[in-house]
Ligand binder design. Sequence first.
Ligand SMILES: *[C@@H]1O[C@H](CO)[C@@H](O)[C@H](O)[C@H]1NC(C)=O
Ligand SMILES: *[C@@H]1O[C@H](CO)[C@@H](O)[C@H](O)[C@H]1NC(C)=O
Ligand SMILES: *[C@@H]1O[C@H](CO)[C@@H](O)[C@H](O)[C@H]1NC(C)=O
Ligand SMILES: *[C@@H]1O[C@H](CO)[C@@H](O)[C@H](O)[C@H]1NC(C)=O
Ligand SMILES: *[C@@H]1O[C@H](CO)[C@@H](O)[C@H](O)[C@H]1NC(C)=O
Ligand SMILES: *[C@@H]1O[C@H](CO)[C@@H](O)[C@H](O)[C@H]1NC(C)=O
Ligand SMILES: CC(=O)N[C@H]1CO[C@H](CO)[C@@H](O)[C@@H]1O
Length: 451
Amino acid sequence: MAARRRLLFLPPAALLFALSALVPSSDAYDPLDPGGNITIKWDVMQWTADGYVAVVSLYNYQQYRHIQPPGWKLGWIWAKKEIIWSTMGGQTTEQGDCSRFKAAPAPPHCCRKDPEVVDLLPSAPYSARIANCCKGGVLGSWAQDPADAAASFQLSVGQAGTSSRSVRVPLNFTLRAPGPGYTCGPAKVVRPTRFVSPDGRRSTQALMTWNVTCTYSQFVAQRSPTCCVSLSSFYNDTIVHCPTCSCGCQNTNSKTDTCVEGDSPYLASVVNGDGKDSLVPLVECTPHMCPIRVHWHVKVSYRNYWRVKITVTNFNYRMNYSRWNLVAQHPNFDNLTTIFSFNYKALNPYGTINDTAMLWGIKYYNDLLMTAGPDGNVQSELLFRKDAATFTFQKGWAFPRRVYFNGDNCVMPPPDAYPWLPNASPRLSASLLLPNIAVWAALVFLQLVHA
Ligand SMILES: *[C@@H]1O[C@H](CO)[C@@H](O)[C@H](O)[C@H]1NC(C)=O
Ligand SMILES: *[C@@H]1O[C@H](CO)[C@@H](O)[C@H](O)[C@H]1NC(C)=O
Ligand SMILES: *[C@@H]1O[C@H](CO)[C@@H](O)[C@H](O)[C@H]1NC(C)=O
Ligand SMILES: *[C@@H]1O[C@H](CO)[C@@H](O)[C@H](O)[C@H]1NC(C)=O
Ligand SMILES: *[C@@H]1O[C@H](CO)[C@@H](O)[C@H](O)[C@H]1NC(C)=O
Ligand SMILES: *[C@@H]1O[C@H](CO)[C@@H](O)[C@H](O)[C@H]1NC(C)=O
Ligand SMILES: CC(=O)N[C@H]1CO[C@H](CO)[C@@H](O)[C@@H]1O
């Protein structure tokens, strides 16, 4: 009964999405950003006495998924016995065992079979930099920060042979951001890149280029959800809270392990204590236990317009979300008229329906979502033009179909819990429809019997 009511209540599009969300998938396909990937490009720039110098670049082609501090880590496995003599703009996390190079004038930078490179910090000295480096591993998203969506470092690789015929592309690339989530394909040798000088008067060419494509999946990240959605409206006093245990449950035995009470006298010591720099969220105790809550409030209905207020609240004591972003899907985004205090970009992955919007903070104003507490929220209002053919407050139409925060899908309340219009309850429509279904089924049955 409950399941049927839920299905009747869903609009067809939402039903499809709800069904697709039920099927766990390990592939990294994101319907709102179908082409999203991070491409890693190796350009072999010159041969050296025993190897080559390569510039490695990361391009974040994802519309709304960025990499926050402490940044990306790129690893691979050498195909032969390569070593890294030196780096610029990045460094490996470990040197490894370089004892077989005792005779070398300077020890190699890294002798591991499986090196892992991190970006240098913005404070890196000039002599260690190359173009596009040294952002502390932060990579902007394509829609939000296209100018900051690329990063590069340079490697001087030894023992790889001295001609293109003996170079072997590295294997098994891994990209961590810095945790799991990305899966990288094999390196593919592509046409060497051409570089045009700034004045456009000369072009140079890499000797060899190979590309690797990495895609993200929340499933691979094996993360519990990180955000949830709550709803309210002017036409119904009920606030529909985030579903209980959206992102985890409070462990009643040892509360301090999983969350802290906002008014706890130990708050400061817990926040600054062990694990201060940990990536594991330390959240305020709530029934939903999510680090982030997105609240969608249907605020006013005018004659030709209607207004929504969005509030994003941070419950995580350990994280300032810099350059946060939100993706929301609602059929009325094709007639968004005004948006206050957030940036907006229509995402139109399929070229026709633009019912999906990306929202993010205005630089230096609200692009930093502060840690849990009185300042830990950002807000905006959206004004939509009513389209007489589709607009309705019934059946939860005014609420979003799905919401992402920083690229992760947020847990929505079940559709049959959405605030109802007075005198237009889903129970009513269900009870009106059910007898019809029963009558129809009886007719079909009778026809079968009589045939
Ligand atoms: C990666 O993204 C770029 C830009 O959207 C796209 O052109 C390319 O086809 C994508 N690569 C793969 C393997 O999906
Ligand atoms: C590289 O990955 C493949 C397939 O995932 C695996 O079979 C192989 O053992 C890996 N190679 C190394 C050296 O780890
Ligand atoms: C390789 O990656 C670069 C950088 O993203 C891109 O411009 C180029 O088109 C890619 N080449 C192929 C064949 O995918
Ligand atoms: C968050 O940002 C504020 C102001 O920039 C800073 O004082 C605070 O230490 C930061 N907190 C964390 C956990 O990074
Ligand atoms: C819908 O998409 C089209 C094409 O991408 C764009 O020109 C238009 O501004 C979008 N509409 C709104 C309200 O953003
Ligand atoms: C408001 O919506 C809730 C469901 O979220 C429902 O239980 C309640 O009856 C509604 N109130 C009115 C006045 O319709
Ligand atoms: C009421 C109204 O203006 N509706 C418009 C919403 O947007 C679509 C597509 O942009 C138009 O065709 C409608 O006229």
